[in-house]
Design a protein around this ligand. Structure first.
Ligand code: ADP
Ligand code: MG
Length: 238
């Protein structure tokens, strides 16, 4: 399962309203991209879904359950951080195993889950290396592996490719799309990059100053933009 519903979610920091009020439904298995200019509230919205930030008002449901006040670990979601969030002194195996060790699973079960994830991510031959001995793309895959072993009902990505070079970004984009095809788990992917949004999404959510301008498939947005903001943002060359 991986249905996520936002009901009138609002966020203010002090006197500043960052998200006036968002209603959104994400269906199980969808690849949803939040796209919009820097500062429009993408990360804040993702962090509210993850439980890393409280909504000021409104309601969040995951698979029909109200999680508005639930701790992050109780939501069944996995946030994929950028690859530099890996532990440099630990092997790939131990980086991926980390959440399972924290959950005190049996060693044999941990090994099996880590090896399954490594197979999906083509990291089988790198399990005993340390992050410093890997390429940028491999490091990003380790960060994803650490999320996969928790078997979340949804993966949340916040600009995971923004510190990679252009060629590697292209490769990783394909790899994450391929991973979604294999796992068929809900993914929410935040980016300010229109190309990532158009090539990866089943559904794009265009944000502007904390408001949703449009929700639709890449083709919908391209052919039937609601307004000039969407047309300009999706259509503009990089
Ligand atoms: P994006 O990820 O789309 O670039 P953010 O969600 O990071 O945007 O930020 C949206 C707005 O909220 C920005 O104006 C930012 O300055 C503000 N903001 C984010 N976090 C905080 C915070 N902890 N305190 C005050 N303002 C914040
Ligand atoms: Mg951000």
């Amino acid at each position: 399962m991986g249905n996520i519903t936002l009901n009138n979610v609002n966020k203010t920091f002090g006197a500043t309203t960052v998200i006036p009020g968002i209603n959104l439904t994400i269906e199980d298995g969808e690849f949803v991209v939040f796209v919009g200019p820097s500062g429009c509230g993408k990360s804040t919205l993702l962090r509210i879904i993850a439980g890393l930030e409280d909504a000021s008002s409104g309601k969040i449901e995951i698979d029909g359950k109200d999680v508005t006040d639930a701790a992050p670990a109780k939501r069944g979601l996995a946030m994929v951080f950028q690859s530099y969030a890996l532990y440099p002194h630990m092997t790939v195996r131990n980086n991926i195993a980390f959440p399972l060790k924290m959950a005190k699973l049996d060693k044999s079960l941990i090994d099996r889950k880590v090896e399954d994830a490594a197979r999906v991510l083509n990291l089988t031959n790198y399990l005993e290396r340390r992050p410093g001995q890997l390429s940028g793309g491999q490091r990003q895959r380790v960060a994803i592996g650490r999320a996969i072993v928790r078997e979340p009902s949804a993966f949340l990505f916040d600009e995971p490719l923004s510190n990679l070079d252009a060629a590697l970004r292209g490769t990783m984009r394909l790899e994450i799309s391929e991973l979604h095809n294999q796992l068929k788990t809900t993914m929410i992917y935040v980016t300010h990059d229109q190309v990532e949004a158009m090539t990866m999404a089943d559904k794009i959510v265009v944000l502007n100053a904390g408001n949703i301008e449009q929700v639709g498939s890449p083709l919908d947005l391209y052919h039937r933009p609601n307004n000039l903001f969407v047309a300009g943002f999706i259509g503009s060359p990089r």
